[in-house]
Design a protein around this ligand. Structure first.
Ligand code: HEC
Ligand code: HEC
Ligand code: HEC
Length: 125
C-alpha cells in the first residue's frame, strides 16, 4: 500500500512539473517552431525572429508535401533566407500569391515576441 501511494504521488508531481514546463516554455501555441538562425541579419533589418505555426500547416497539408522535398525534418537544419523565399523556395513554394499570400507582409512570419518567453517559475514545494 505504502509503495503504491508513493508512486501515485511521484507521478502526480511529474505530471504537474510537465504541465508547468509546457505552459511556460511555449511561445504562443504548442507546435510553433521559432526560426532564428539568421538572428543577426533579422535584427539589422528590424524584423523579429520567425514563428512557423507547424500545427496550422500540418492540418492543411500532408507531411510529405513539405518533408523532405521542401524542409529537412529537423529543427534548424534548413538554411532559409529571404532571397530563396522570394525566388519560390522554402516558404515561398506556397507563399507566392497563388497557394498562400505573398511574402510581403513581414510581420505575419516575423512575429516572435521575446516577452512571450517568461522564465519558468521556481519549483513548487
Ligand atoms: C507546410 C510545411 C510543413 C508540413 C506540411 C509539415 N511540416 Fe514539419 N516542419 C516544417 C518546418 C518549416 C519545420 C522546421 C524546420 C527547421 O527548423 O528548419 C518542420 C519541422 C518538423 C520536425 C522537427 C521538429 C524538431 O523539433 O526538430 C518534425 C518532427 C516534423 N516537422 C514533423 C512533421 C510531421 C509528422 C508532419 C505531418 C503531420 C509535418 N511535419 C508537416 C514544415 C512542415
Ligand atoms: C505547402 C505550402 C506552404 C508552405 C511550404 C508554407 N506555408 Fe505558410 N501557409 C500556407 C497556407 C495555405 C496558409 C493559409 C493561407 C491563408 O489563410 O490565406 C499559410 C499560412 C501561414 C501563416 C498564417 C497562419 C495563421 O494563423 O493565419 C503563417 C504565419 C505562415 N503560413 C508562415 C509560413 C512560414 C514561416 C513558412 C516557411 C517556414 C511557411 N508558412 C511555409 C501554406 C504554406
Ligand atoms: C512567409 C514567411 C515570411 C515572410 C512573409 C517574410 N519572411 Fe523573412 N524570413 C522568413 C524565414 C523562414 C526566414 C529564415 C529565418 C531563420 O532561419 O533564421 C527569414 C529570414 C529573414 C531575414 C534574414 C535572412 C536574410 O535573408 O537576410 C531577413 C533580413 C528577413 N527575413 C526580412 C524580411 C522582411 C523585410 C520581410 C517583409 C518584406 C520578410 N522577411 C517577410 C520568413 C518570412
Amino acid at each position: 500500500m505504502k509503495r503504491i501511494s508513493f508512486w501515485v504521488l511521484l507521478l502526480t508531481c511529474a505530471g504537474i512539473a510537465a504541465g508547468l514546463f509546457l505552459a511556460t516554455t511555449g511561445n504562443a501555441e504548442y507546435g510553433d517552431i521559432v526560426l532564428n538562425s539568421k538572428s543577426e541579419s533579422m535584427q539589422k533589418a528590424g524584423v523579429n525572429p520567425v514563428v512557423f505555426p507547424h500545427w496550422f500547416h500540418r492540418i492543411r497539408f500532408k507531411c510529405k508535401v513539405c518533408h523532405e522535398d521542401i524542409f529537412i525534418i529537423k529543427k534548424g537544419a534548413n538554411d532559409i533566407n529571404m532571397t530563396k523565399i522570394m525566388n519560390g523556395d522554402f516558404c515561398g513554394r506556397c507563399h507566392n500569391g497563388l497557394i498562400a499570400w505573398e511574402p510581403l507582409y513581414c510581420d505575419r512570419c516575423h512575429s516572435y515576441r521575446p516577452e512571450n518567453d517568461k522564465p519558468a517559475p521556481p519549483p513548487q514545494p
